[in-house]
Design a protein around this ligand. Structure first.
Ligand code: SF4
Length: 309
């Protein structure tokens, strides 16, 4: 009885969201870390770079952004003429909150003339203070594009260290980190490899350096999806947020995906539920707006991110 009731409630929500999506001329974008039912409902699921491109290109009138706040803000900056709704405005990103615009201004003042590359996991205010924005999939290429030999790289220290290994530039790093990726340890990878000696390990560059050292491939979430389809390995140990497993299993159903750690769960990503998506489309609530002068300055950094493959 319980299973039937749960299923019919979910079916009702999905049907109602589909109806509202048509009525509002809305598109639903979801990050790869969202709950499985949100990913299944979305018109497009992807990583930050792919979702930014979708937000910039869509001809829908309304974008419902299922992710954390900085992602919805990015969509609002890239689509100034669209209505962008965030179903759970309290879903923030602790990594993005680890640097503020005044802190970045102070860093720039201490290193005059040094260009700033910010990870996309930042507020619009921080992007507005930056010269370039990047995602995990193009962080090295964006950093190498910046003029001069030194680059200020904020806020993720682990990603910054990984970029430093692959770039000719000298990076001045901020000490931010993702609490979810930080939970994955080298011991987790070693244990998984003892249990699955033939497995391939894929890791996200927000992981600690000692985890990346044990990985066969360091990839963005979209890179992981491509790799899962292409690798001859049957078992893949996945060192990133748990939500990606749903997507990987859909994209490569013949493979076996082993999470590196069951603790790598981002509570903010999981705040978006079917009910909240339905409510925001019903009420047109959760409107995301970025002040015009901040949006204009952030747009320059974001356009450079989108230009860099
Ligand atoms: Fe932020 Fe980490 Fe959660 Fe991504 S997984 S939204 S970086 S806290």
């Amino acid at each position: 009885m319980t299973t039937t009731a749960t299923t019919s409630a979910a079916d009702y929500l999905v049907a109602r969201i589909s109806e509202l999506r048509r009525l509002r001329r809305a598109v639903i974008l979801a990050h790869n870390y969202q709950l499985g039912e949100i990913q299944d409902l979305a018109d497009f699921t992807g990583d930050s770079l792919e979702l930014s491109r979708q937000a910039a290109a869509t001809d829908a009138e309304v974008i419902v952004f299922c992710g954390v706040r900085f992602m919805a803000e990015t969509a609002a900056v890239l689509s100034p003429n669209k209505v962008v709704l965030h179903p759970e405005p309290r879903a923030g990103c602790p990594l993005a909150d680890m640097i503020t615009a005044p802190e970045l201004r102070a860093l720039k003042a201490a290193h005059p003339g040094v260009p700033v590359v910010c990870y996309v996991n930042t507020s619009a205010e921080v992007k507005a203070e930056s010269d370039y924005c990047c995602t995990s999939s193009n962080a090295v290429r964006v950093t190498d594009r910046a003029p001069g030999q030194e680059v200020i790289f904020v806020p993720d220290y682990n990603l910054g260290q990984w970029v430093q290994r692959h770039s000719q530039k000298h990076l001045l790093l901020w000490q931010g980190y993702c609490p979810t990726h930080d939970k994955i340890t080298a011991e987790d990878i070693q244990r998984a490899l003892r249990q699955h000696p033939d497995a391939e390990v894929i890791a996200h560059p927000e992981c600690r350096p000692e985890v990346l050292d044990l990985a066969h491939q360091v990839l963005s979430t979209s890179g992981m999806i491509r790799r899962a389809r292409e690798t001859p390995a049957i078992t893949i140990v996945v060192a990133t947020e748990l939500g990606i497993i749903h997507r990987l299993q859909k994209e490569a159903p013949a493979k076996c995906f082993v999470p590196a750690s069951r603790r790598a769960l981002c509570p903010n990503m999981k705040r978006i539920t079917l009910e909240k998506v339905m409510w925001c489309l019903e009420d047109m609530s959760g409107l995301v707006s970025v002040p015009q002068e901040i949006a204009a300055a952030a747009r320059t950094a974001l356009d450079r991110m989108l230009e860099t493959a």
